[in-house]
Ligand binder design. Structure first.
Ligand code: NIG
Ligand code: FE
Length: 406
């Protein structure tokens, strides 16, 4: 039996296809044909062939909506226990993010709360955050581990991430971030902890819980040499590599990641010219995180103009996490990428669609094109720039996930 086909009419489509002559790959009077879970055809309505229409079982009136690809939040730490509002207060009383981390707070305090939470508790806290993102049209989300820092707790986080994907209309990509911080039981023995990270990675990968590997290469995280050990192991296991790089200082992590053909380097406020070139050569995507920049009141901007002129693809993400970006709005990140980082609205939208897919190594989504997943969002706006322009509101009217209308 043929899978059900539907055709969406009376809409504009921001296809976000690369190299399109029209900004946003915009098609003014568009038609989209969905066959099962796949987008079978997209183009100007006048080009919709009669036989495509004849086979159709259903015509859907999009009521003048703008249709974009489903949004992709490509860097989150969505699963965690507790919160860090107390540290927010401490920072407002003069302490810095690094001071707090060095004094045993920061990531370590979320580790404590995450270890103390059951799988059920973690899932329920994380579901609230996930639902906010889904309400804004997110159809794919990456979720990192990294607040467990011991086998059973990293496993628990990744299992919760997978369970969220099974329970909700969203595709979840998991990233193992065992090298997020050195846990207290390994204090002053960070190399021994890296050994433990490698053991955890091997086991969790066998259990099918790991889609990619990440590390925090930073003076309050892991050294270049330690990061390289993790990359080497990931490479051996055929896992894609990502990196928290040059967030608080220029440690050369981006160049190292590029040597390992990382799919993305994330944060990048302190990225050097060499780092930009290395990423350009390796085709590594830059993931910019305006929420963390804003919330930590950073003043050093990521080198957007240099990334742009070197042709490095730029993605945008929420970095949803309790310490540096307690944010569950990807639309707000579009606005902040424009206002704080000076991306254009078109670059911002590409940052949560086409380039976010790249940052996850996924080539079956992120643009509206035949043969790709039927993940798309209907918006009550006249032009795609409105998605970056307004903040604090959500003009989404409908989401289609894997061909299913939600
Ligand atoms: O992406 N930089 C490291 N990791 C997170 C923050 C983690 C935390 O403070 O809990 C980030 O900013
Ligand atoms: Fe992060």
């Amino acid at each position: 039996m043929n899978s059900p086909t539907s055709v969406w009419l009376n809409c504009k489509a921001a296809t976000m296809q690369a190299g399109s002559v029209q900004p946003y790959g915009l098609i003014e009077d568009a038609a989209l044909v969905v066959n099962g879970s796949v987008l079978q055809w997209v183009g100007p309505r006048r080009d919709l062939s009669a036989d495509l229409l004849a086979n159709n079982t259903q015509t859907i009136d999009a009521k003048g909506a703008l249709i974009t690809p489903g949004l992709i939040d490509c860097h989150t730490h969505l699963v965690y226990g507790g919160n860090r509002a107390g540290e927010f207060e401490q920072r407002l009383n003069g302490a810095s993010y690094e001071d707090i981390a060095k004094a045993g707070g920061g990531i370590a305090s979320t580790v404590k709360a995450t270890r103390n939470a059951t799988e059920l508790e973690l899932a329920s806290q994380s579901t609230h955050r996930l639902l906010s993102l889904l309400a804004e049209g997110v159809t794919t989300i990456e979720i990192k581990s990294g607040y467990g820092l011991a086998l059973e707790h990293e496993r628990k986080m990744l299992r919760v991430a997978r369970s969220l994907g099974a329970a909700h209309p969203v595709s979840v990509q998991t990233t193992f971030l065992g090298a997020h911080a050195v846990p207290p039981e390994f204090a002053d023995r960070s190399d021994d902890y890296v050994d433990a990270v490698l053991d955890m990675l091997a086991l969790l990968h066998i259990e099918g819980l790991v889609d990619a590997v990440d590390a925090f290469c930073e003076r309050i995280g892991f050294s270049l040499a330690q990061t390289e050990r993790i990359f080497a192991a990931a490479k051996l296991q055929g896992l894609p590599i990502k990196l928290h790089a040059e967030q608080l200082s220029d440690s050369g992590g981006a160049q190292l990641a590029a040597r390992y053909h990382a799919i993305s380097c994330d944060h990048l406020e302190w990225l050097s010219d060499d780092g930009v070139q290395a990423m350009a050569l390796a085709g590594t995507t830059a993931v910019l995180l305006p929420g963390a920049f804003y919330f930590l009141r950073e003043t050093r901007l990521p080198p957007v103009a240099k990334l742009r002129s070197a042709g490095v693809a730029m993605a945008i993400s929420s970095d949803c996490n309790p310490g540096s970006s307690p944010c569950t709005s990807l639309l707000l990140m579009l606005n902040m990428a424009c206002t704080l980082f000076r991306l254009t609205p078109e670059e911002s939208l590409a940052g949560v669609t086409r380039n976010a897919a790249r940052a996850l190594g996924l080539n079956d989504r992120g643009v509206l094109a035949p043969g790709l997943r039927a993940d798309f969002v209907l918006w009550d706006v006249k032009s795609p720039a409105e998605l970056s322009y307004a903040f604090g509101s959500c003009p989404r009217t409908q989401t289609v996930f894997n061909g299913a209308v939600l």
